[in-house]
Ligand binder design. Structure first.
Ligand SMILES: [Zn+2]
Length: 141
């Protein structure tokens, strides 16, 4: 909401709007289109303009625009290919993680089997000990 330059009153709605094309000033490129609103202060009646919005236009040769559009579409295509590659890599990573999990589980299983074999051996040893002790005991009776 612009303020009245005379009394500072805020005005919400312009009485009318129009577009102005502004030629570039020195050092600027392209044309600028400005949407201007004319306001009339409801307190003191001062009429004042305010720029509502600006749009800048660059003048580009048709061939140049075509070249830019072509480049943009090839960049887009390259980007799509990269995205597909990244997705493929993510998939491979998941597969690797799955097979690593499997390998880790197999390794755990192997260790457990080794432990079981050790335990079985120990149980065998204890049985043998027990047998010997029983024999000793029966001799003492
Ligand atoms: Zn005013």
């Amino acid at each position: 909401m612009p303020n009245c330059p005379n009394c500072g009153n805020k005005e919400a709605l312009p009485t009318r709007t129009f577009n102005v094309i502004v030629e570039p000033s020195k050092g600027e490129r392209g044309m600028a289109e400005r949407r201007v609103g004319m306001y009339t202060c409801s307190k003191c009646g001062t009429k004042f303009p305010t720029v509502i919005s600006k749009q800048r236009y660059l003048i580009v040769a048709e061939e140049q625009l075509k070249a830019i559009q072509d480049e943009l579409s090839s960049v887009k295509k390259g980007n799509e290919e990269l995205t597909a590659k990244v997705q493929g890599m993510a998939e491979q990573q998941r597969e690797m993680e799955t097979s690593m999990d499997k390998a880790a589980k197999e390794n755990d299983m192997k260790r457990l089997q080794e432990k079981l074999a050790e335990l079985e051996e120990f149980v065998g040893y204890l049985r043998k000990e027990k047998g010997e002790l029983e024999q000793k005991a029966s001799r003492l009776r």
